[in-house]
Design a protein around this ligand. Structure first.
Ligand code: NAP
Ligand code: MG
Length: 403
């Protein structure tokens, strides 16, 4: 038990969630935070049941609270599908809360792995976390497609308001094939660029960006143009003063350079690249439960969460009275991320220190060999390695935490 409690000046927006992560969420608060912190929480219960009861108004309220207070921490939540509608007797198949919040805040999601010295990334040279920022709008995710049954002309047509259409032939088909149209908007690309520069500057890391602008001379080139403009207008001086670098290369080169790097940069990715590459990075660093995630908004709001879901399979075991070995690291780091940001904005370095200490202690606990099942599978073998249950892991961190 801590001798003295540190006061968090401004209320923190707390967004509760579902299943196994909700169970761990409470343990983390009770054992690792409340004994040490005097903290006011603006609480929003986004459990599926409560979202249903409030016709999802609670999700909108939570997003508005993030705008008001600036910093939030979010537990994983169920995105309902047909089975969940039945399981919970829902009024309707509510939309993804993350999607709703992201749309209201116009934010970008950044992910970064938590590194410990007894879990080696698959890529030998990676010593520091590679952060990834994925543009989450448009391209192939908002496409229109046609299965071309046989010969005919495929065209790209744009009709300006009140103007004459611009028409390009994509292909004169001689037989069957496929056709696809995709788009993006300057506004969305600009928001993404701003969020990337904000994040990289905040974390004091270089920003790398790559597209295929040699082939896609208009579409991908527009991404490059907007990033360059944003850099020159708003960031160049700040970056240079902080000793940071922004570089743009062809996406092929970016990938090759990432593989040879020692990490420690923000890798900004177009939508599809980010989808694929974030899974590659997650796997290469060991476990989804060691991946943190933060939503950064151009207006300077931050929402911290874990990259994984509600761990449904473990929750089912838990509900049957079985013990689980579920990893709470990403949830703990969601809290410490939010506390560090809160402390920085409030100018309360003691809160930043506490959060850092908690992160260090959690990592050292794993490095001492005490870990959950997911990590034991990927950790370097050692005689001190021991698999512990969900609550035991959190207890071990609490025991190691200096008072
Ligand atoms: P998940 O919860 O991420 O879990 C997938 C699997 O990954 C688990 O079954 C488990 O593998 C492993 N895993 C993930 N987190 C772990 C942890 N902390 N400790 C140990 N193992 C962990 O994904 P899901 O099962 O596909 O989705 C479950 C629910 O989460 C869905 O309803 C989905 O809508 C929701 N979801 C929410 C968010 C969010 O709120 N940000 C994100 C993604 C998904 P083993 O079973 O092999 O042990
Ligand atoms: Mg993916």
């Amino acid at each position: 038990m801590a001798a003295k409690k540190w006061a968090v000046k401004t209320p923190l927006v707390e967004i509760d969630g579902d299943e196994m992560t909700r169970v761990m969420w409470q343990m983390v608060k009770d054992k690792l935070l409340f004994p040490y912190l005097d903290i006011k929480l603006e609480y929003y219960d986004l459990s599926l049941k409560h979202r249903d009861e409030t016709d999802d108004q609670i999700t909108v309220d939570a997003a508005e609270a993030i705008k008001k207070y600036g910093v939030a921490v979010k537990c994983a939540t169920i995105t309902p599908n047909k089975e969940r509608v039945k399981e919970y007797g829902l009024k309707q198949e509510w939309k993804s809360p993350n999607g709703t919040i992201r749309a209201i805040l116009d934010g970008t999601v950044f992910r970064a792995p938590i590194l410990v010295n007894n879990i080696k990334p698959s890529v030998r040279t990676w010593k520091k976390p590679i952060h990834i920022g994925r543009h989450a709008y448009g391209d192939v995710y908002r496409n229109q497609e046609i299965r071309v049954p046989g010969s005919g002309r495929g065209e790209l047509v744009y009709t300006p308001q009140g103007g004459a259409p611009i028409r390009l032939t994509i292909k004169d088909f001689e037989g069957a094939g496929v056709l696809q149209g995709i788009h993006n908007t300057d506004q969305s690309i600009s928001s993404f660029a701003r969020a990337c520069f904000t994040y990289a500057y905040d974390q004091k890391i270089d920003l790398w960006f790559g597209t295929k602008d040699t082939i896609s001379k208009t579409y991908d080139a527009q991404f490059r143009k907007i990033f360059d403009q944003e850099y020159q207008t708003n960031w160049q001086r700040k970056f240079v003063d902080a000793g940071l670098d922004f570089n743009f290369t062809l996406i092929d080169d970016t990938v090759a350079r990432i593989m040879r790097s020692e990490g420690g940069m923000l890798w900004a990715c177009k939508n599809y690249d980010g989808d694929v590459m974030s899974d590659m990075l997650g796997a290469a660093y060991g476990s989804l439960a060691m991946m943190t995630s933060v939503l950064v908004c151009p207006q300077g709001y931050f929402e911290y969460e874990a990259a994984h879901g509600t761990v449904q399979r473990h929750y089912q075991k838990h509900m049957q009275g079985e013990k689980t070995s579920t990893n709470s690291m990403a949830l703990i780091f969601a809290w410490t991320g939010a506390l560090k940001k809160r402390g920085e904005l409030d100018q309360t370095p003691e809160i930043v220190d506490f959060a850092r200490k908690l992160e260090q202690t959690a990592k050292q606990t794993i490095e001492s060999g005490i870990m959950t099942g997911d990590l034991l599978k990927v950790a370097e073998a050692a005689p001190s390695n021991k698999q512990v249950y969900t609550e035991e892991f959190i207890d071990a961190i609490a025991e190691n935490l200096p008072g």
